[in-house]
Design a binder for this molecule. Structure first.
Ligand code: FES
Length: 262
């Protein structure tokens, strides 16, 4: 019994390490780690039961003076050897499984593909395209790529801020058009829609766990559990004056785990 449980524990630990290294579903990685730990626990319990004497034993009094130790039968020695090696193997695979968290720390989230493409107009949920001067300063609107208002992962918050309000890195300085700036609406913490904008402080709020994002710095998290900025959508204006995207997001939208699970 204990040998079987140890073999299961070793196999589960090795499978867990492989699943983590391949970036498979985190639920599968966690399940295999739990199975491995359960296997070791069952093996230890079974070994304790097996070692316990089944009946009360009395050791006969030995004759006085030196005596040679009693020899164990050869098959008992062989069994002990195999069992001992299994335990060492279980410890070693447990140690390898300790690498799992390091694997997940090292991998970058995959780049996201959403329905945004170069030249896609920004439209309201009703499908109406927006011009650069449609929103007044302080206003916010949820927009989608034209023809894809059914794509929830592409939902974007379009804000109109004062022309001089943004403090973006130089590489993103021209992603804003006439004070129009666009960020993914999906919270990077757990995927709720970021629904509230407070113009006085230029902050976006996620109502689920109260993450606050600072708009002028490019929606960097200011407080709350989110640790990553809301991805920004680069904007342009077409020759008819409508706001368009310059392409897809360059950062993954939503929580990192989404793109490892799906
Ligand atoms: S989902 Fe936005 S703060 Fe948790």
């Amino acid at each position: 019994m204990s040998a079987v449980a140890l073999i299961v524990a070793i196999a589960a630990a090795l499978a867990c390490t492989a699943a983590a290294a391949l970036g498979l579903n985190p639920a599968l990685v966690g399940g295999l780690a739990a199975l491995s730990a359960a296997g070791v626990a069952i093996a230890a319990g079974a070994a304790a039961v097996e070692l316990r004497a089944s009946a009360e034993l009395t050791e006969p009094r030995h004759a006085r003076g030196p005596s040679a130790p009693e020899k164990l039968p050869a098959d008992a020695i062989a069994r002990r050897g195999v069992f001992g090696r299994l335990w060492w193997l279980a410890f070693a695979s447990f140690a390898v499984m300790g690498v799992v968290p390091l694997v997940s720390l090292g991998r970058k989230p995959r780049r996201t593909r959403t329905a945004w493409s170069p030249g896609a107009r920004l439209v309201t949920p009703d499908g109406n395209p927006l011009r650069a001067d449609d929103l007044v300063v302080g206003a916010v609107e949820t927009v989608f790529p034209q023809g894809r208002t059914d794509a929830p992962e592409s939902a974007v918050l379009l804000l109109r801020v004062r022309d001089d309000a943004m403090r973006l890195p130089p590489a993103r300085a021209d992603w804003v058009r006439q004070g129009n700036v666009a960020f993914s609406k999906i919270c990077t913490h757990a995927g709720c829609p970021v629904a509230l904008y407070r113009h006085a402080t230029q902050e976006l709020y996620c109502p689920c766990h109260q993450s606050v994002f600072d708009v002028p710095s490019g929606a960097q998290p200011k407080s709350g559990p989110a640790t990553r900025a809301l991805p920004q959508l680069a904007l342009d204006v077409d020759n008819e004056g409508y706001l368009i995207a310059r392409g897809d997001f360059t950062d993954p939208v939503g929580p990192d785990e989404w793109w490892r699970i799906v």
